[in-house]
Design a protein around this ligand. Structure first.
Ligand SMILES: *Cc1c(COP(=O)(O)O)cnc(C)c1O
Length: 446
């Protein structure tokens, strides 16, 4: 760590933000956002509206016949890429015995770990942006009109057409998986720049799908940079920019509309007396940011969104707390960005996302890797659900809220006995059996 960090000495930083003491010593922290604002006061400042999200939902509907045809596992859902919302009473009890912490209200798990096609939350944003790009190209070249049956996207004619074009992305693994699989299916040439923590099985799975995987020994921000540089050289090469993409963001935001429907089907009411808490694992910020944004549009002040980051990669926490956003990295404060939660191993947050959500997010907490593995094991034992380490970051949320979030509940006058807590399980169903077993075994020692 250099003596000055963004023009200030470390002692000055610590004075301004005492929580930094814990952050830089990789202790778990719980941060309440001092800029959190009532929704009605800021709705006019927001760059997107409900209509924008509904347009994205419409686009996904247009593509449903193609999805159903190209990915038979989605046929039953008529080509809709969606995941179950389930109650987890066993895990709620388990959390008490694990952490001696009672949680009030109902605990649910949003199983994006089981989203078809990509097996992670990236099946929302990643697939959406590729479909949007494909639609634009097809419209521009008069191969398609909006009223057509989009199953033509599965035809040889379309595949041949798209083979003239490339798509490039940088990823820690899951975004590459999502973009790679959908792009290859449409016939695009795909380049995925993988950062150091990307798992071998993800690279192999992509290569089997004909994706060009470029491996980097450096971290996520560098992999994204390399992808961006490569794509700039070729006008037919479309770069999916995980750090700045409004389209990824919209794809994620659609989740909120789907969730609202699922809550209604379960007859779960969300209102002032039944506050909804959502715990979202955060990497660069796109997935949790987009989902939180969509939820705010729908539930306004009745939803409270908390982000979860590994203690070694709290990039969004640093970016939001200091308001430096993408000008600060965890490395600036001497952190190594090393975590087994590979989906969250991001050292520098998205400014694009940070600016949108800086008054919408209630808080951010951090969790250490050991806890993620303990939770992984218990989740498998008591609920029979196998998740990857990143996904468990959300499951720690209710524990942290009740242990450290009293000031928040009091400030907002919340009655917690009717609270609904949704932990967003962001990935896991694609993890090979042996890998999952190794994760599980790690926790056995704790
Ligand atoms: C990517 C990812 C996240 C976080 O999404 P960001 O857009 O990077 O913030 C969370 N969990 C898993 C499993 C992921 O792959």
């Amino acid at each position: 760590m250099s003596q000055f960090i963004h023009g200030k000495r470390l002692t000055d930083w610590l004075h301004m933000y005492p929580l930094l003491n814990k952050i830089i010593s990789t202790e778990e922290t719980f941060w309440l956002n001092p800029n959190y604002t009532r929704f009605t006061e800021i709705v006019k400042e927001l760059p997107f509206s409900k209509e924008d999200v509904l347009n994205a939902e419409q686009r996904l509907k247009r593509f449903a016949p193609f999805i159903a045809k190209a990915f038979p596992e989605t046929k039953q859902a008529d080509g809709m890429i969606e995941s179950p919302l389930i109650e987890m009473e066993n895990m709620q009890k388990e959390l008490v015995s694990m952490f001696q912490q009672e949680t009030k209200g109902k605990l649910l798990l949003k199983c994006d770990s089981h989203l078809p096609i990509a097996g992670s939350v990236k099946a929302r944003g990643g697939i959406y942006e590729v479909l949007k790009h494909a639609e634009e190209l097809a419209l521009k070249h008069r191969l398609l009109s909006l009223a057509d049956d989009y199953s033509v996207f599965a035809s040889d004619q379309f595949r041949t057409f798209f083979s003239q074009y490339s798509i490039t992305v940088g990823s820690t693994g899951n975004l590459g998986l999502s973009i790679g699989i959908i792009s290859a299916k449409l016939g695009f040439r795909v380049n995925v720049h993988m950062s150091a923590e990307a798992k071998q099985w993800k690279k192999e799975l992509l290569r089997r799908n004909g994706v060009n995987v470029i491996e980097h020994a450096s971290d996520y921000s560098h992999a994204v940079e390399m992808g961006r540089k490569e794509a700039e050289k070729d006008p037919n090469n479309y770069f999916i920019d995980d750090e700045n993409s409004p389209h990824l963001f919209m794809g994620y935001a659609v989740a909120a509309f789907r969730l609202k429907k699922q809550l209604e089907e379960k007859k779960i009411v969300v209102d002032k007396d039944h506050p909804l808490f959502v715990y979202l694992p955060c990497g660069v910020g796109g997935a949790p940011g987009g989902i939180a944004f969509g939820l705010k549009l729908l539930f306004q002040d009745d939803v409270h969104c908390f982000f979860a980051e590994p203690t070694h990669s709290p990039c969004m926490l640093l970016g939001m707390m200091t308001q430096l956003h993408d000008r600060v990295s965890v490395q600036d404060f001497g952190l190594d960005n090393k975590t087994e939660a590979d989906g969250l191993a991001v050292g520098r947050p998205s400014k694009f996302v940070g600016k949108i959500i800086e008054k919408l997010v209630s808080g951010i907490y951090t969790v250490n890797d050991d806890k993620l593995f303990m939770l992984l094991k218990r989740m498998k034992d008591v609920e029979g659900i196998a998740l990857e380490p990143s996904a468990l970051a959300g499951v720690y949320g209710p524990v942290q809220l009740f242990a450290k979030g009293k000031p928040y509940m009091e400030q907002h006058g919340l009655t917690m006995k009717n609270a609904i807590h949704i932990c967003w399980a962001t990935g896991g169903s694609f993890v090979p059996k042996e890998e999952m077993e190794a994760y599980y075994q790690k926790a056995v020692n704790f």
